[in-house]
Ligand binder design. Structure first.
Ligand code: GDP
Ligand code: IMO
Ligand code: MG
Length: 423
């Protein structure tokens, strides 16, 4: 058996949580492979709404094991908070969640470094979620980090102190006020809570699952355009958000990757700083934000909005080797008279199909306009009932990208999902 992958093709918040929850029924194992509490994955079913940050989105399904892979960075404090909320509604988290011993820990001082370095960057700040993600991954690659498995060692407190001391020295370069001890005892309590979980060698676990002919679904966080290598660097996150990240973040060989499903919104959003070629600063952008409820699931920040960008979408499909597309939130466009898609960029007067290296290049999108469908799609349950103008939009995207759209999501609820029949 293989590991199927679901990941975002844009700047995050495409609707990964909803789709993984929908698909989770068919998979005994769901695994997060990168990112951490910077993610906010929303799910909605039976009139209930949930937002998950570190926990995989299969946690509401009975008979599903949810793995937090080695590529994830865990803040014990936010993890505890998330678990408590699930325990309150009767989700047996300790039975359903397994944690790789090789996942790295986010310390309270990582969050402080995140905030201090963002403040120091001033106008050129990344717009980080301030969850300590960048500093935790820096310590991982700098070979200073603490891993989940370390909490079981006798000298964990000493190792924690050593890393904290390094952080205090590092922070001397910033003109930033902080209280390094503020969250320490709560953090240590959360470490005790973490010890109650099944801490595993994730790479053995997943490879054994595959050998037993069981299916695994890998759940991406963030989006391909926030990838540390292929996103709009430096306005990116600090992990590999693309398909290759599933191999690194779970310990599986590339040949064990199965179907790759790429999720995209029928338009675009971005939170934080960085280039966004199709961004709208007018009433249309405001309407997308209002109708789409485009406010961050983790930080509550208003998301920047714009038209669908085909150049960026094709780039993400190429990098990830996407087999199937999943289109989200087309219902947000229901009331628009016309809908646009950027089909090319004009960079320095030259037309191009390529996503430019230069983050600061002046990009002018070239748009194709579509007649709006002007129908409420949120209650449509069958593909045959989708309006002609909408299907025109769908077919154009499929033809341009060369990949079929297999699932169409028309509302935040689990039930508002059309799985298209095989042709
Ligand atoms: P994720 O980070 O990729 O899981 O996405 P988020 O949860 O951050 O953001 C997606 C938002 O859109 C959430 O508020 C979802 O409840 C909502 N959503 C998901 N799919 C749809 C859809 O098809 N239509 C509408 N209107 N909302 C959706
Ligand atoms: P999900 O999984 C949208 C953005 C931040 C910032 C940049 C770096 O919900 O799609 P970081 O805290 O990672 O150092 O921030 O990345 N960002 C996200 N944007 N959705 C996310 O996750 C994001 N995670 C990080 O806004 O621009
Ligand atoms: Mg999100």
């Amino acid at each position: 058996m293989k590991v199927d992958v679901v990941l975002g093709l844009q700047w995050g918040d495409e609707g990964k949580g909803k789709i993984v929850d929908v698909l989770a029924n068919g998979y005994p194992v769901i695994a997060r492979f990168q990112g951490g509490p910077n993610a906010g994955h929303s799910l909605q079913f039976e009139d209930k709404k949930f937002v998950l940050h570190t926990i995989p989105s299969g946690v509401f399904r009975k008979n599903t094991q949810n793995i937090i892979g080695n590529g994830v960075v865990i803040d014990p404090l936010t993890f505890l908070d998330e678990c408590r909320k699930l325990e309150e509604i009767g989700v047996p988290v300790k039975e359903r969640i397994l944690i790789s011993k090789k996942a790295h820990l986010i310390l309270p001082s990582h969050r402080i470094i995140d905030a201090a370095s963002e403040q120091a960057k001033g106008a050129s700040k990344i717009g980080s979620t301030l969850k300590g993600i960048g500093p935790a991954y820096m310590d991982k690659t700098g070979r200073n980090g603490l891993r989940v498995g370390d909490i079981l060692s006798g000298n964990f407190a000493e190792r924690f102190q050593n890393l904290k001391n390094k952080h205090v020295s590092f922070l001397k370069q910033f003109d930033y006020n902080y209280n390094i001890d503020e969250n320490e005892s709560a953090w240590m309590d959360a470490i005790e809570y973490l010890k109650g979980f099944n801490l595993i060698d994730g790479e053995y676990y997943i490879n054994n699952v595959l050998n037993e002919a069981k299916r695994v679904l890998a759940e991406g966080a963030q989006g391909s355009l926030l990838d540390v290598d292929f996103g709009s660097y430096p306005f990116v996150t600090s992990s590999t958000t693309t398909c290759a990240g599933a191999c690194i973040g779970l310990g599986i060989a590339p040949r064990h990757i199965g179907k790759v499903s790429g999720i995209f919104k029928a338009y675009c959003t971005r939170v934080g700083s960085g280039p966004f070629p199709t961004e709208l600063f007018d009433e249309t952008g405001e309407k997308l934000r209002e109708v789409g409820a485009e406010f961050g699931a983790t930080t509550g920040r208003p998301r920047r909005t714009g038209w669908l960008d085909m150049v960026a979408l094709k780039y993400a499909v190429m990098i990830n080797g996407v087999d199937n597309l999943i289109m989200m939130k087309a219902d947000v466009l229901d009331a628009f008279d016309t809908v646009k898609i950027a089909v090319k960029y004009k960079v320095n007067g030259e037309l191009t199909d390529s996503f430019p290296y230069d983050t600061f290049a002046q990009i002018e999108p070239v748009y194709k306009e579509f007649k709006g469908w002007k129908r409420d799609l949120t209650k449509v349950t069958k593909e045959e009932d989708l309006p002609f103008e909408f299907m025109n939009y769908v077919r154009f995207i499929e033809k341009e990208v060369g990949v079929p759209i297999k699932i169409i999501s028309l509302g935040p609820d689990r039930s508002q999902t059309i799985v298209r029949s095989e042709e």
